[in-house]
Ligand binder design. Structure first.
Ligand code: ADP
Length: 257
């Protein structure tokens, strides 16, 4: 394997991602970990490990993004998540569109132009009910693994509507539903519907038009993908590594110098 030509780091609030690309922009290797409280040491350790994975080379240029980007030591540049996600999508798919990125603690909708640059964006980083945290929190409460939520939502034969617009109130609502003997999968399906409703409303503010692209850890959830398609009437397109999109975009920006 050849050495890395550039590295991108996405120091997210939930996960920290590092990716290496070769001189053509092809993804060579990546690492992903749950974000530690000592993010500065964690990011430095992940970069060292990634470079080690690829063999001895001159230290490649690093571009950092994500909420913790100021803590990434040795970064040549620090670039916003909006720009890096747009670059990552364009690099991976070769076209623009409406990108919806759903991470652990925020969600963004970015309209990406033909040249791969962001034209407009909207962000929710205030309300947990429109983010991966909403599903993660309720999964913990229901004793279901996060990766099983989507398949269970899709397999449900009924749906319990969740009317609360806040994670804390939704949790009380779920407890009442369980107390009334509601089916767990029907509750999970209702939770997905509620999250997707909020996300689609946000995406409409930037002019939700095709192609619709999903990124972030929540893009790995097949229930969210299916309900996004239902709610918008558009096919959902995924980049090859949805959770690495921001880090990949940062690596491409590092490569361009
Ligand atoms: P951030 O960049 O904001 O730190 P990520 O884009 O890594 O966050 O997304 C983290 C979220 O992705 C978490 O809320 C988690 O629940 C969700 N997630 C991660 N892996 C999966 C999976 N296999 N299936 C469904 N959801 C997932």
């Amino acid at each position: 394997m050849t050495g890395a030509a550039a590295i991108g780091v996405d120091a997210g609030s939930t996960t920290c991602k590092v990716v290496a690309v070769d001189e053509t922009g092809a993804l060579l290797a990546s690492r992903l970990e749950a974000t530690h409280p000592r993010l500065e040491e964690q990011a430095a350790g992940l970069i060292t490990a990634l470079v080690g994975d690829l063999g001895p080379v001159e230290p490649p240029p690093v571009v950092a993004t994500g909420y913790g980007r100021q803590l990434v030591r040795g970064a040549a540049r620090r670039v916003t998540e909006i720009t890096c996600h747009a670059r990552g999508v364009f690099g991976a798919l070769g076209h623009g569109g409406t990108l919806v990125d759903i991470g652990g603690q925020d969600a963004k909708a970015i309209r990406i132009g033909e040249e791969g640059r962001p034209i407009d964006f909207a962000m929710n980083d205030k309300c947990a009910a429109g983010t991966g945290r909403f599903l993660e929190h309720t999964a913990g409460r229901l004793g279901v693994a996060v990766a099983d939520l989507g398949p269970r939502a899709l397999g449900a034969t009924a749906e319990e509507p969740i009317s609360s617009t806040c994670t804390v109130f939704a949790e009380s609502e779920i407890i009442s539903l369980i107390g009334r003997g509601a089916d767990l999968d029907a509750i999970i399906r209702g939770l997905h519907r509620s999250l997707v409703g909020r996300i689609v409303a946000m995406a409409r503010t930037v002019g939700l038009g095709p192609p619709l692209i999903l990124s972030g850890g929540v893009a790995l959830n097949p229930g969210v993908r299916a309900m996004m398609e239902e709610a918008t009437g558009m096919a959902v397109i995924l980049p090859p590594h949805p959770q690495l999109t921001g880090a990949y975009g940062a690596a491409l920006i590092a490569l361009e110098g």
